[in-house]
Write a protein that binds this ligand. Sequence first.
Ligand SMILES: [Zn+2]
Length: 128
Amino acid sequence: MTIALCMKCGETKWGAWCECEKCGTKPDVGSRLELIFTDHNYAPDTLEQLGSVLKEISSLSADSQQAQAAFLYYISGTHPDILQVSFPPKEAKVFDALLNACTFEPVTIEQSFEALMEDKQRQAEVDP
Ligand SMILES: [Zn+2]
């Protein structure tokens, strides 16, 4: 089974495209965003830390779409190796203000066991 992050409320849930038990959001099947934030890529603890970031942004933001966009803005700026999204300067300014109001601790990004194993395998294929 897969542990995934709900991109709406920041809770961890089972299955990237499954309904979130906490907020009832059911992402579109095939959504790539949901696949990124799973334990196929990152350690469950990392997902929880990222969830706390999203939760705090949501608590300060007027609407959940804005909160999600601000979260992606934060990821792009702080952890660009996860993903990069660019936003118009006007929006970026709003997100900066939101993020400045947050007090979350810096997130330590740790790859999941599965991702590490895949890396090892790839390495082995490169230099036999
Ligand atoms: Zn949720």
